[in-house]
Design a protein around this ligand. Structure first.
Ligand code: GLN
Length: 502
């Protein structure tokens, strides 16, 4: 057994290899991550709930399976953290909201069940913007998560907890969800990898819906290969989700391994014209351009592609998302579960609902409920929601036209590096602008991955590179991202990691 190995520094693939070689046990690896959480999560606050006992019990079962030769998957025994928007049987699921404080689901989301069926111990639930609304995790009712690269800065959102946990070596893997960028933008600003699968590629059963037509569950990791490994475990058809695609996943791990050889000969890459210019941080653009040059070196042909309707993506999203969210959140009425506030004795059901929703929802959630209710109200439906759906179709057509010319589209993942905590909290529009580059993929249902592209010169903070592919071609995202990652790691002498957390 390797002495003094810090198992928290290993990738999931490396941990799986070490387990297979008998160098360690799942209990040892899981304990190392729990110790790490105990040491740094006071400063990072990536977790809302840590299940040490449950994780260690699952790890012990994995070790017993290994001894008996009955392993469940290639990642059996490798621990994982789960965003608190996914239902976990017996573990709290709050969605970062007071309204669900203390709720313990009686069932697992399909993706969580698949983790268990593959033998991955679950470390706990990660912090998030309330009901996944936000780009900084500051809208959590339980306090913000801090970026491990600079504790005074945001870790992105809404899945800042999952990204920060992985960046701070508290977990080798995490699950996130991405409705408008909540896997990819946190990935970009924490120097981690995040993939939003093709819509329908991963089950949404047991995911507390923000916007059903946009939400997808996906992997949050430190390497492209780890994302592909995790995606193959959670992905694939689920009869419990009516939007789940009934066909096999492409060979994602194989695509990542092939990409890592660094050969992209014959691949056509389109740089999206509209996703650059004013408001894009120079250091982010510089790292983006260098990454594009590396793709050329790897043999890819790069052209510029215009997607003119992308400039309307943000406005479209902020009609469709609040409309769907306002109707989804109507179920939190204090009658069936969650917070119940009695404004006075003998209060009517309606008064209890009003008082409970007033106390249970934060400002951003209320803002979007108002927006959504307005956009859906009779007389305005066609002007707002109906119109937004038409523009959404045009955005999909821009993707289709682009993918006739190129195999993948690329852009920086987010316009800036991590901003300071508090900086944009009072300015919703400034907050929304973070998702400029990620939202088009959700509107069109296509897959996208964010991979670290280096540190911006201005502030030494991570920037992200986004690769978008046609629906069902998630393998292309993995192939291109893996090629870029291997070229960059060769330059850097390995992955870039934050300084030790004091
Ligand atoms: N930041 C975006 C929003 O606030 C995206 C959220 C998400 O992907 N869950 O809606």
């Amino acid at each position: 057994m390797a002495e003094n190995t810090d198992w928290t520094r290993k990738t999931a693939a490396e941990l799986a290899d070490a387990l297979a070689a008998g160098e360690t046990t799942s209990v040892e690896i899981t304990q190392a991550h729990l110790d790490r959480i105990a040491a740094v999560d006071g400063a990072v606050h990536a977790f809302l709930h840590v299940d040490a006992e449950g994780a260690l019990a699952q790890a012990a079962e994995s070790d017993a399976r290994r001894a008996a030769g009955t392993l469940l998957s290639g990642l059996d025994g490798v621990p994982i953290a789960v965003k608190d928007v996914l239902a976990t049987d017996g573990l709290p699921t709050t969605c970062g909201s007071k309204i669900l404080e203390g709720w313990i689901p009686p069932y697992d989301a399909t993706v969580v069940r698949r983790l268990k069926e593959a033998g991955l111990p679950i470390l706990g639930k990660t912090n998030m913007d309330e009901f996944a609304m936000g780009s900084s995790t500051e809208h959590s009712a339980y306090g913000a998560t801090h970026n491990p690269w600079d504790l005074d800065r945001i870790p992105g959102g809404s899945g800042g907890g999952s990204a920060a946990a992985v960046a701070a070596f508290e977990a080798p893997l995490a699950l996130g969800t991405d409705t408008g960028g909540s896997i990819r933008q946190p990935g970009a600003v924490t120097g981690t990898v995040g993939h939003k699968p093709t819509y329908g590629g991963v089950s949404r059963y047991g995911l507390v819906a923000l916007a059903n037509s946009l939400d997808q569950v996906g992997p949050v990791t430190r390497t492209v290969l780890d994302s592909a490994l995790l995606h193959e475990i959670i992905g694939g058809h689920d009869p419990k989700d009516s939007t789940s695609i009934d066909q096999p996943l492409p060979a994602l791990v194989e695509a990542a391994r092939q990409g890592a050889t660094g050969d992209l000969t014959g691949l056509k890459v389109g740089v999206i014209t509209e996703l650059s210019g004013d408001g894009w941080q120079p250091g982010v653009m510089a790292r983006f351009q260098e990454s594009v040059d590396l793709l050329v070196k790897a043999g890819a042909e790069v052209v510029e592609v215009s997607c003119p309707t992308f400039v309307h993506a943000l406005a479209t999203y902020y009609l469709i998302l609040p409309a769907e969210a306002s109707s989804n959140l109507a179920k939190f009425d204090a009658m069936r579960y969650g917070l119940r506030v009695w404004p006075h004795e003998g209060a009517s059901a309606e008064e209890v609902m009003r008082a409970s929703r007033d106390a249970g929802f934060g400002d951003e959630v209320k803002r979007r409920i108002i927006l959504g209710t307005y956009a859906l109200s009779s007389g305005y439906y066609d002007a707002y929601y109906g119109q937004a759906q038409k523009v959404r179709t045009l955005i999909s057509r821009d993707f289709e036209a682009a993918f006739e010319k190129v195999d993948v589209l690329v852009s920086p993942t987010a316009p800036t590096t991590a901003f300071k905590l508090g900086e944009k909290l009072d300015d919703p529009i400034a907050m929304y602008l973070n998702d400029l580059a990620t939202i088009p993929a959700n509107l069109a249902g296509v897959p996208g991955i964010s991979v670290p592209s280096g540190l911006a010169d201005e502030d030494g903070l991570p920037a992200g590179f986004q690769v978008l592919a046609p629906a069902l071609a998630d393998d292309r995202c993995y192939r291109v991202a893996a090629a870029l990652e291997s070229a960059l790691h060769a330059q850097w002498g390995g992955p870039l990691v934050p300084k030790e957390i004091a």
